[in-house]
Design a protein around this ligand. Structure first.
Ligand code: ATP
Length: 248
């Protein structure tokens, strides 16, 4: 079954068209990274696919996204924005917000367990009682990912989740996304770091000016593509069987 399907997806902000008729299908178990220059429409696409922006032409598990109740959709999709906003709540309570679609008035044992497990996965249990506006940028980023995992979705969408993270934490987040998809779920990430994407993901969707210009496995990565999409010259080498893009 397709986890996500977009047909002729269009989106405009105040009359300015940003998505210009995209077609995209993403299956269960897929790990997809969306790449492209600043302003290409990547975040807008992710927001449309997650239901944050109302767009026609998006199906989630073969049902139009608009036909889902809010909590029903939240059990299927979690979305990690580019910036997780800090506040006056503890890390634990912030991650617990991910359980909102499941919770009654009080968190159940199951809810608390899901929060503990997400904090552990991100290695931030020691921050559980810290107020989020006292965290570093990277710590806050991890809280956002933990909240998304606590939501126990079937599709994990993350917008530049490795920004602000040190190299070890970047690898951890990418491993989490890969493990999530290897369990039969779907990971869709917007990223700028092509080489990090190449190291972990299986499918690469390149956008430019609101359109998809390449979509596939490592075979779509050619110097010509980087010239066309970013206007830069690159050489593509290989290290341990993984392509590495080197700007010239
Ligand atoms: N809320 C908004 N109102 C008006 N225009 C917007 C809004 N959000 C984004 N845009 C415009 O839509 C276009 C696409 O933005 P989007 O954030 O989707 O790009 P992106 O590919 O994610 O960029 P980046 O890599 O810089 O994050 C840009 O020209 C941007 O200025």
């Amino acid at each position: 079954m397709k986890a996500i399907r977009a047909r002729n997806l269009r989106y405009s902000y105040n009359g300015a068209e940003v998505l210009r008729g995209l077609d995209l299908e993403i299956g269960e178990g897929d790990f997809v990274v969306i790449l492209g220059p600043n302003g290409a429409g990547k975040s807008t696409l992710l927001k449309c696919l997650s239901g944050i922006l109302k767009c026609s032409g998006v199906e989630v598990f073969e049902k139009p996204i608009g036909e889902y109740q809010r909590d029903e959709l939240a059990k299927l999709i979690s979305y990690v924005p580019q910036r997780t906003e800090p506040g006056f709540m503890t890390v634990f309570d912030t991650v617990l917000l991910g359980r909102r679609p499941y919770m009654g008035l009080r968190p159940s044992k199951r809810d608390v367990e899901a929060v503990r497990s997400a904090l552990k996965k991100l290695g931030i249990e020691h921050l559980a009682l810290k107020i989020t506006n006292r965290l570093s940028g990277g710590e806050l980023q991890k809280v956002g990912v933990a909240r998304a995992l606590a939501q126990e979705p079937k599709i994990l969408m993350m917008d530049e989740p490795t920004n602000n993270l040190d190299i070890k934490s970047q690898l951890e987040v990418m491993r989490i996304a890969r493990e999530f998809s290897s369990e039969g779920n779907t990971s869709i990430l917007v990223m700028h770091d092509v080489n990090l994407a190449l190291r972990f993901a299986e499918r690469f969707v390149f956008m430019k000016n609101g359109e998809i210009v390449a979509d596939g496995g490592t075979e779509v990565l050619t110097p010509g593509l980087f010239k066309r999409v970013y206007g830069v010259e690159v050489e593509i080498a290989e290290v341990r069987g993984v392509p590495v893009v080197v700007p010239l």
